[in-house]
Design a protein around this ligand. Structure first.
Ligand code: KIV
Length: 262
């Protein structure tokens, strides 16, 4: 997969699958799957570090996660998130962050929202780094949005999102994440841009779908969003493995002779 394949897949009507990835061992596993691309999302701040929002993510945090993912996934297109405010301090600091993420192993960067981003997106694209946009629920703006709420509801809000998507396409984004928007709005956006839309809580008409790895694998039992499907009971699998280890340690059946040195 490379940056041109995103548009090719949309033109061919082939759906794009993506998931988040934050560390070396899961990157090694995902590298052996058919998933099309990996996102080192700023959701790492919540999933891996236990924060309440993505706001505490920093360029250093995402660079460390990106390095680990790049060491494990040699065959995947890796997109790293530009964290909170990292692209709002002028072109210099924005490019410093891009440089850090690309040196860490990212093939592209993602940034949230559209207002006032034209110059920074153009500058990153012209610097040779593909940019993915992110519209709808943009978690870095959680305080302005009044919480993690569905966006683009109603004709006027939907039209605004279509316009925002077209603007991001015009400034050079190669694809767009649409998060928590009604199915109809996501469909309208998808039909009105040439670049692929990747939905998360945006219904079935997007050109692709992304879910947080820990949600889709069932490691995050407490998170019950409508758009999440748990494809495995990761929490149960890990719990059972550790319970069995604990049981066999305590009853003396681990380690066996075969598991010990003579
Ligand atoms: O931070 C993140 O993980 C994301 C993806 C869910 C798209 O933005």
């Amino acid at each position: 997969m490379n940056v041109f394949d995103f548009r090719k897949m949309k033109s061919a009507g082939r759906r794009i699958s993506m998931t988040t990835c934050y560390d070396y061992w899961s990157a090694r596993i995902l590298d052996q799957t058919p998933i099309d691309a990996l996102i080192v999302g700023d959701s790492a701040a919540m999933v891996m570090h236990g924060h309440e929002s993505t706001l505490p993510a920093t360029p250093d945090m995402l660079a460390i996660h990106t390095q680990a993912v790049a060491r494990g996934a040699h065959n995947k297109f890796i997109i790293a998130d530009m964290p909170f405010l990292s692209f709002r301090k002028g072109l210099g600091p924005a490019i410093d962050c891009v440089q850090q993420l690309v040196r860490a192993g990212a093939n592209a960067v993602k940034l949230e929202g559209v207002g006032g981003h034209d110059d920074v997106v153009k500058h990153i694209v012209q610097s040779g780094v593909p940019v993915m946009g992110h519209l709808g629920l943009t978690p870095q703006a959680v305080n302005s949005l009044g919480g993690f709420k569905v966006q683009g509801v109603g004709a006027e809000a939907a039209a605004d999102l279509v316009e925002a998507a077209q603007r991001l396409e015009a400034v050079g984004c190669f694809s767009l994440v649409l998060e928590a928007v009604p199915t109809k709005t996501a469909q309208q956006i998808t039909e009105n841009v040439q670049i692929p839309t990747i939905g998360i809580g945006a219904g079935p008409h997007c050109d692709g779908q992304v879910l947080v790895l820990h949600d889709l694998a069932g490691f995050n039992r407490d998170f019950k969003a409508r758009f999440v499907r748990m494809f495995e009971d990761g929490h149960g699998l890990l719990t059972r493995a550790v319970e069995e280890f604990d049981r066999t340690v305590k009853n003396g059946s681990f380690p066996s002779e075969a598991e010990s040195y003579e």
